[in-house]
Design a protein around this ligand. Structure first.
Ligand code: NAP
Length: 296
């Protein structure tokens, strides 16, 4: 079945706005489901429907008649996604893409990092159960590594382009996966254009597989300035994360994530044999171009 009518929950957000743009560019009919209390705005071509995202009936009414629903809802809303999923089933929408878009939660669910995104894991467990129950329903999950351009633009604990600071973890040579928001939007388009090939699959994509040292070198070249470099280790990050968790401070996610991505031996750079880039028609993104576009 070809997918044409697509609704997106969270389409006003960091990732959602870019997914909406790519969907429109690819010619889909896009409906944004936005919370009743939201002040979000959308491009003219988007049909906007308001809903109470805590009510299955309200979301069901808003999404009825769609071929697919995508959720790019905030991390904080992950626990509430069951309502969206139940509405998708009630409205008999054949395809759902959950708000994953980060680490490969299927594989790392039992790690300290994975446990912090337990709601995402439960949502996808639930989708697997529903797809085995209803033959008209399918889902696709997407893991894309770090939001790369977004991280560079706003700065993060490891890279601070504004103040020319960089923190290397261990040797800085570990390869990890990252993608720009535009690349992830194109991946979503690729899923919707290939509904049979992507049904009931958890896919991995990466716009770029690189290391901290390569990023540092490319940023210094682009900015023409040397960065102040600090050093930490994967073990140190884990220790800080553990101390935060002991105090119920869930910002530990950042330390666990940096350890997951950057520590020597972590092994989270996407390997070609596990990549869905080809399946989804995606071209990898040159590091220098991404840095130029993000920091220009
Ligand atoms: N890989 C990475 O590096 C990375 C980084 C950040 C996020 N992520 C993941 O990407 C996905 C999208 O994150 P994002 O940062 O783009 O989201 P976001 O910008 O924080 O929020 C997206 C939208 O969610 C809606 N929303 C906000 N609070 C909500 C709530 N309590 N209940 C329901 N909806 C709510 C809002 O839409 P309306 O106002 O229109 O209702 C908002 O614009 C998440 O799964 C997140 O974990 C990954």
């Amino acid at each position: 079945m070809a997918i044409q009518k697509v609704a997106i929950v969270g389409g006003s957000g960091t990732l959602g706005a870019e997914v909406v743009k790519q969907l429109l560019d690819a010619g889909f009919d896009v409906t944004a489901i936005t919370r009743n209390e939201s002040e979000a705005t959308f491009p003219d071509k988007v049909t906007v429907k308001r809903a109470d995202v805590t009510s299955v009936d309200s979301v069901k009414d808003a999404i009825s008649g769609q071929d697919a629903v995508i959720s790019t809802a905030a991390s904080a809303a992950a626990g509430g996604q069951k309502v969206i999923i139940d509405a998708v089933i009630a409205a008999k929408v054949p395809r759902f893409i959950p708000s994953e878009f980060g680490i490969e939660t299927r594989k790392y669910r039992d790690t300290k990092l994975g446990r912090l995104v337990g709601a995402k894991v439960s949502n996808t467990d639930y989708l697997i159960e529903l797809a085995s129950k209803y033959d008209w329903f399918s889902w696709t999950g997407l893991s894309n590594g770090l939001f790369f351009d977004w991280t560079l633009k706003r700065g993060s604990t490891f890279v601070d382009p504004k103040n020319h600071k960089f923190t290397l973890v261990d040797s800085g040579n570990e390869l990890f996966s990252a993608s720009t928001l535009g690349f992830i939007g194109k991946a979503v388009v690729g899923i919707l254009k290939n509904p049979s090939e992507t049904a009931n699959k958890y896919l991995n994509v990466a716009g770029i597989v690189t290391s901290q040292n390569k990023i540092l070198e490319a940023i210094e070249k682009f900015t023409g300035s040397k960065f102040d470099i600090s050093h930490t280790t994967g073990d140190e990050l884990e220790k800080i994360g553990d101390e935060k968790i002991a105090k119920k401070d869930f910002s530990a996610f950042i330390q666990y994530l940096e350890q997951h991505l950057f520590a020597d031996g972590a092994g989270h750079g996407l390997k070609p044999e596990n990549s869905a880039n080809g399946l989804l028609g995606l071209k990898e993104e040159p590091l220098e171009d991404t840095i130029r576009n993000a920091l220009a």
